[in-house]
Write a protein that binds this ligand. Structure first.
Ligand code: F6P
Length: 507
């Protein structure tokens, strides 16, 4: 008997648009979560029937959701492969635009993301007034919509096959408890349903987390504790979650004594036990290398090599998020050039900063600041035959892979990051070994730290010194470190990340 896996995430593996003939056409969705989960699912559809529940980002998504709900999928074109070998059924929810906007932009991205990444300009922000309370109601309604859809999917199995719900990220922190409650109310035993929640972000320490209005802060924690298993990318985030459960909810926390073990501890709350564990998400190296071998990536490698004209390359690839710390990265590059004139004309900084969450005003302002800072650094140092900074803001995945392949130094300096995939992809793709300058505040620092050049992301001078060290690193040391980084990234492939969570649910 196949088990059923219900995956839930805000962004789904497919998005829709209307074709010129008015039909709905699907295309693959993007983002780190999507590629990691999709790759993790690939090997498990033989023993599981997988349904992926996700939110609508557009009117076309909503139209697809309504047709699906009405059982009419005749002219909903699925992207090739989506219903192919992976065998994943996508269930797009019909959530009203206002509800989605407030839940996603106003609560998830403007409040919860800011809390977990310590991003608030605290003398001025946040201000939790009546408007926040209205936004919070939408966040609740959005989480209810997911829980209701998952409960319906779980109930659909009259044969009572085991159901495993894997709920992703800060958008869906209330959903685990809501799902458990819904099925409990409908008197379906939850014994054959097991729920996991995974946080792809860092988790805030209690003193910062306390900034949330008490009811919301407690609801987020209690919501995740509706799950049987709560996963994090790094032990720091799992420990911070345990700290918040203890300090804010007054829950009973039992910490695992074996440091380095996947299990961080247990939380007993409201008559239910939740296991808290660490599952670092690494790279599907074979798939990544295969993608990097494609013609479009090879063309970009040729073009970038010509643009570099034999100079060393410092590469960064990020979405333009406040947490990615792109402006301090540019300031560090400026300091490198000011302190080490020997690099003038010898190095180019390829900074790929792709658009993200432009509905949030702080993101729009930050994007402008990134562009202004890059222009200033370029204007200060450029010569007639040397362009020191190449900032690219147009998203191009193939070009990003090409840049990682060529990088001498990869700069990954987030203020905080749940994990960070670029830090892992860079060494896997690297042609001749890259030195990794890595923020100690990225979850990936826990695994990659020994072979990276770790920096305090707020310390621009330290980052500049690490860039210099990376550029000057002897070839054999750079290759050795890069190979070790790649091996670490490959050691936790997505299939293992997902499999470990499912195995934990079955224990
Ligand atoms: O990087 C953390 C993360 O939560 C990912 O898990 C997810 O892919 C992304 O952020 C969400 O971004 P977006 O707002 O573009 O969907």
């Amino acid at each position: 008997m196949k088990q059923r896996v219900l995956l839930a995430s805000n962004r789904g593996p497919v998005s829709y648009h209307f074709g010129t003939d008015g039909t709905l056409r699907g295309q693959r969705g993007g983002g780190g979560l999507i590629s990691g989960v999709t790759s993790g699912l690939a090997g498990m559809t033989a023993e599981s029937e997988v349904t992926w529940v996700c939110a609508p980002f557009s009117d076309a998504d909503r139209a697809a959701a309504r047709r699906q709900d009405g059982g009419d999928t005749r002219d909903v074109a699925q992207p090739a492969g989506l219903s192919g070998p992976a065998g994943v059924r996508v269930r797009m929810l019909d959530i009203a635009p206002d509800t989605f906007d407030r839940a996603y932009n106003n609560v998830a991205n403007s409040v919860l993301w800011f809390v977990h990444h310590l991003l608030f300009d605290t003398p001025n922000q946040p201000q939790f007034g009546p408007e926040f309370r209205r936004h919070w109601q939408s966040y609740q309604a959005y989480n209810e919509a997911f829980a209701t859809a998952m409960a319906a999917e779980a109930r659909a199995d009259e044969a009572r096959v085991p159901v495993r719900a894997l709920i992703q990220d800060y958008h869906l922190s209330l959903a685990p408890r809501l799902l458990r409650d819904q099925l409990g109310r409908q008197q379906r035993t939850t014994g054959d349903l097991r729920i996991a929640h995974f946080s792809h972000t860092p988790w805030a320490p209690p003193d910062y987390y306390r900034m949330l209005p008490e009811q919301a802060g407690r609801a987020v924690l209690a919501g995740i504790l509706g799950a049987d298993h709560a996963g994090f990318h790094a032990a720091r985030w799992a420990d911070a979650f345990l700290d918040c459960c203890e300090a804010i909810l007054g829950a009973q926390v039992i910490r695992s004594q074996a440091r380095g073990a996947a299990q961080a501890g247990w939380v007993l709350y409201d008559g239910h036990a939740t296991e808290v564990a660490v599952h670092p998400l690494g790279i599907d190296a074979a798939a990544l290398r295969a993608r990097a071998g494609a013609g479009d990536v090879r063309d970009h490698i040729t073009a970038l090599s010509q643009a570099a004209r034999g100079r060393k390359l410092i590469v960064r690839v990020d979405r333009t998020e406040l947490s990615k710390n792109i402006v301090r990265g540019l300031a560090a590059y400026r300091e490198l050039l000011a302190a080490h004139p020997e690099w003038h004309g010898q190095v180019v900084h390829l900074a790929f900063a792709y658009p993200s969450r432009s509905a949030v005003p702080e993101y729009r302002a930050y994007t402008e600041l990134v562009e202004r800072t890059a222009r200033q650094v370029a204007a200060e140092f450029r010569t007639p035959d040397w362009e020191p900074v190449l900032l690219e803001v147009r998203d191009d995945y193939a070009r990003s892979l090409a840049a990682c392949t060529l990088a001498d130094v990869l700069l990954v300096n987030p203020i905080r990051d749940g994990m960070n995939l670029v830090a892992q992809e860079g060494p896997v793709l690297s042609q001749d070994g890259c030195a990794l300058v890595l923020s100690r505040e990225a979850g990936a620092a826990a695994t990659l730290g020994p072979d990276a050049l770790l920096v305090n992301p707020y310390d621009v001078s330290e980052t500049a010194a690490a860039l210099h060290q990376g550029l000057a690193m002897p070839d054999d040391e750079r290759r050795r470190r890069s190979a070790a980084l790649a091996a670490t990234a490959e050691a936790s492939p997505p299939a293992r990340w997902l499999g470990d969570q499912l195995a934990a649910l079955d224990r």
